[in-house]
Write a protein that binds this ligand. Structure first.
Ligand SMILES: *Cc1c(COP(=O)(O)O)cnc(C)c1O
Length: 397
């Protein structure tokens, strides 16, 4: 007698697995099989974690920091994070408002769980980071997408946000600098959008994970700094992955108004407990040994900036491709709509025919684009851009 397959839950049946991780895994598998792949898919710095951070973690491990820590994080790290926001943005935050979580991705999910009930609506600007819609759905809430393409610099206007608000809207997600577009909102632009959110009593999830990856001298702005009213409605999510090349460490941070911070810590206490204890000591060194960290970050930024300019110029030289010069993160989001192919077909063929891995725009809710990460070597960028040019020339024949 054959058994019926085990039934899966609504959540398991409806979740879309991360397309960025899937494309990257496929590229890495091809590389491992000896193929000469140019990978633009990974959303992580190609640099290693700075040595002083690793050393502090090793010392903590050797000193026996191997037990459970307090759920919201070790006290000195929460203190150091509060001090960082005070120093960088003049924010007055108590360590009780800070939660350290196993990855910024998890920080985002907890923020959504703490603010949204089943049936609530969440406004997600598109192109969006792939995980937001799935996290919203896993909370039983409903994503509402608002698309801003390259003609508006991938940035929403206050009117676009206002038009998407209904009586069920609870949360607005903002991500500046943006993954996947690298777009950065000015302070004035963000203030106008935040005013709309406050008028309708929304919460704001401000994903600031790329706060320190900025170019061309542009300034960063956080909604939590605009007014006491804005601070009371804003949850800042960030983490160590992108700024300090610590993706594998799994350390995210949340700064939230006290009642929300408490709720988030309680959710975390049942779902994951503390982020890895000895890893938190490495993160503490990243914040405390400021000069070493600043030197390491400056080295990465010089490389990212050089690659950004090179890739941007190379893309715009390809007939049929147009690309804006993004001012943050480490992505470019070129427009490939002139070729008349769906972006996933474009990317599948690009990988098969030219061994170039890029993520299709439709994965980010924006058909007609590609996401290219330039957090990879100069050689790969040069070689990959040349192959992309060959591929595009072939499509135009
Ligand atoms: C990478 C990323 C995160 C979180 O990364 P973690 O490695 O989980 O800390 C969050 N938001 C965006 C937009 C990202 O690109």
């Amino acid at each position: 007698m054959s058994q019926a397959p085990a039934p899966l839950s609504t959540w398991a049946r409806h979740i879309a697995p991360s397309p960025t991780l899937a494309v990257d895994a496929k590229a890495k598998a091809l590389l491992a099989a000896g193929e000469d792949v140019c990978g633009f898919a990974a959303g992580e710095p190609d640099f290693d974690t700075p040595a002083h951070i690793k050393e502090a973690c090793i010392a903590a491990l050797l000193a026996g920091k191997t037990k459970y820590a307090p759920t919201p994080g070790i006290e000195p790290l929460r203190q150091a994070i509060a001090e960082k926001y005070a120093a960088d943005h003049g924010m007055k935050i108590s360590p009780a408002q800070v939660i350290v979580s196993p990855g910024g991705k998890f920080s985002c999910y907890l923020a959504i769980l703490a603010t949204c009930s089943p049936g609530d609506e969440v406004i997600i600007p598109a192109p969006y980071w792939v995980s937001y819609p799935e996290m919203v759905k896993l909370a039983g809430a409903v994503p509402r997408f608002v698309l801003a393409g390259d003609t508006t610099g991938f940035r929403l206007t206050p009117a676009m946000v206002e038009a998407a608000i209904t009586p069920r809207t609870r949360l607005l997600i903002l991500n500046s600098p943006s993954n996947p577009t690298g777009a950065v909102y000015s302070r004035a632009e963000l203030e106008a959008i935040v005013a709309v959110a406050l008028k309708h009593n929304l919460y704001i999830l401000s994903d600031e994970i790329y706060e320190h990856l900025l170019y061309d001298g542009v300034a960063f702005a956080s909604p939590a700094t605009f007014s006491a009213e804005a601070a009371a409605r804003t949850i800042i999510v960030s983490g160590f992955s992108k700024t300090y090349a610590m993706t594998g460490w799994r350390l995210g941070t949340t700064v939230a108004p006290a009642p929300l911070a408490k709720a988030i810590a309680e959710l975390q206490s049942q779902i994951s407990s503390n982020a890895t204890t000895f890893a938190q000591y490495g993160a503490l060194a990243a914040l405390k040994e400021k000069e070493k960290t600043a030197t390491a970050l400056a080295t990465m930024l010089v490389a990212f900036d050089r690659r950004r300019k090179f890739l941007h110029a190379a893309l715009n030289q390809i007939p049929g491709v147009t690309c804006q010069l993004a001012q943050g993160a480490f992505y470019l989001f070129p427009n490939i709509s002139s070729f008349g192919l769906k972006s996933d077909e474009f990317c599948t063929r690009l990988l098969d025919e030219q061994k170039v891995a890029a993520v299709h725009g439709s994965a980010f809710g924006a058909e007609g684009y590609l996401r290219l990460s330039y957090a990879t070597s100069d050689e790969i960028i040069a070689k990959g851009a040349a192959r992309l040019a060959v591929f595009c020339a072939g499509l135009r024949k």
